[in-house]
Design a protein around this ligand. Structure first.
Ligand code: 5AD
Ligand code: FES
Length: 350
């Protein structure tokens, strides 16, 4: 007979599960089962990475986007957004401030903005590498050509974040009117092939998303062998087609985080800003469910409030130095420690 406990202990020791068992687990999990799941996830995280949380400095360099993802606040059709683009010097200033605060990973994230040509991005990456030796550079600017990805890798970029968003073709096509499901997957496999540490990930609580869809997400991540996995709740954004829908639940995200930790023990798992937005203790809860990365914002204070993928995003009025301390206190409050090192993925190193 199947029991929640039995399936969880199998998952804990084998780091694998049949799809059928995972669905059964999700449909039958009670409060006690969740506690056991989080406990196993924490132990697995501690065994692989210890009790440290890696810090990444996030620089949101452009909110200009040519795409129209129906959940996203900065989609091209949203005319209510004050658009901006950071210059190379402004990006380097953010890095300087971050470097002085101790950050050794910079994540450059932006919309799909054609102004940042392959050469412009390559120039920015090589300047960061030159000015701040030994830092890791992570890029996150959407779907680009194999040629662009390779050029940036050769210029020194170490990692690339491109959430797959959902592994269900049908749901993907509904959410991305101008998207191409196959191309997005191809991008992820190309990035791996080129040599990047690759981050994928998905949202939880999207309108029309089923438990089966979420199980598909986890199996896709396993197939990709993702180095990092960003999981957050869907949060409605005003002036978007999904602006009046219900959002995802913190509890449901925690279950996904813990399952992912057990299925991919060596992956890096951020406690996302979206979790902190839905629940004042959301990021702490995510770390207690197996997470081990946080990505505080290093963008200039003048632009922080303009990068609103969803409503009520936290920290948009806070100085980078303030978040640096705030996050450290939060991490310490749950008995974990900040790690300011590069924090490379063990998936990649193994
Ligand atoms: N709610 C939650 N997450 C969102 N993202 C975009 N819009 C939203 C939203 N409304 C996520 C996407 C994207 C990442 C940068 O932010 O998953 O890949
Ligand atoms: Fe920004 Fe707490 S992390 S204010």
């Amino acid at each position: 007979m199947r029991t929640v406990q039995g399936i969880l202990s199998k998952l804990y020791t084998e780091n694998n599960l049949t799809k059928d068992n995972m669905i059964w687990l999700l449909e039958n999990m009670d409060k006690k089962g969740k506690e056991l799941l989080f406990d196993y996830a924490r132990k697995t995280r501690n065994r692989c990475y210890g009790d440290r949380v890696f810090m990444r400095g996030l620089i949101e360099f452009s909110n200009i986007c040519s795409r129209n993802c129906i959940y996203c606040g900065i989609r091209a059709s949203n005319k209510n957004v004050a658009r901006y683009r950071l210059t190379k010097d402004e990006i380097l200033d953010c890095c300087k401030e971050g470097y002085d605060l101790g950050y050794r990973t910079f994540v450059l994230q932006g919309g799909e903005d054609g102004w940042y040509t392959a050469d412009r991005v390559a120039d920015i990456v090589s300047s960061i590498k030159e000015l701040f030796p030994k830092v890791a550079v992570t890029l996150s600017l959407g779907e680009r050509s194999y040629h662009d990805y390779r050029l940036w890798y050769e210029t020194g970029a170490d990692r690339y974040l491109l959430r797959h968003e959902t592994a269900s073709r049908q749901l993907y096509e509904r959410l991305h009117p101008d998207g191409d499901f196959d191309n997005r997957r191809e991008c992820l496999f190309s990035l791996k092939e080129i040599g990047y540490q690759v981050g994928a990930g998905f949202m939880v609580g999207l309108p029309g998303q089923s438990v089966y869809n979420l199980v598909e997400d986890i199996y896709f991540l396993k197939e990709l062998n993702a180095d990092m996995i960003g999981i957050g709740p869907f949060i409605p954004a005003q002036n978007t087609p999904l602006g009046k829908e219900g959002g995802g639940k913190v509890e449901d995200v925690l279950v996904m985080l813990a399952l992912v930790r057990l299925m991919l023990p060596l992956t890096l798992l951020p406690a996302t800003t979206a979790m902190g937005t839905l629940d004042p203790k959301g990021r702490e809860k995510a770390l207690k469910a197996g997470g081990n990365v946080v990505m505080p914002n290093l963008s200039p204070i003048a632009t922080k409030s303009k990068y609103q993928l969803y409503d009520n995003k936290i920290c948009t009025g806070d100085e980078s130095a303030h978040c640096r301390v705030c996050i450290e206190n939060r991490i310490n409050s749950i008995g974990m420690k900040v790690d300011m090192g590069r924090g490379d993925s063990l998936v990649h190193l193994n």
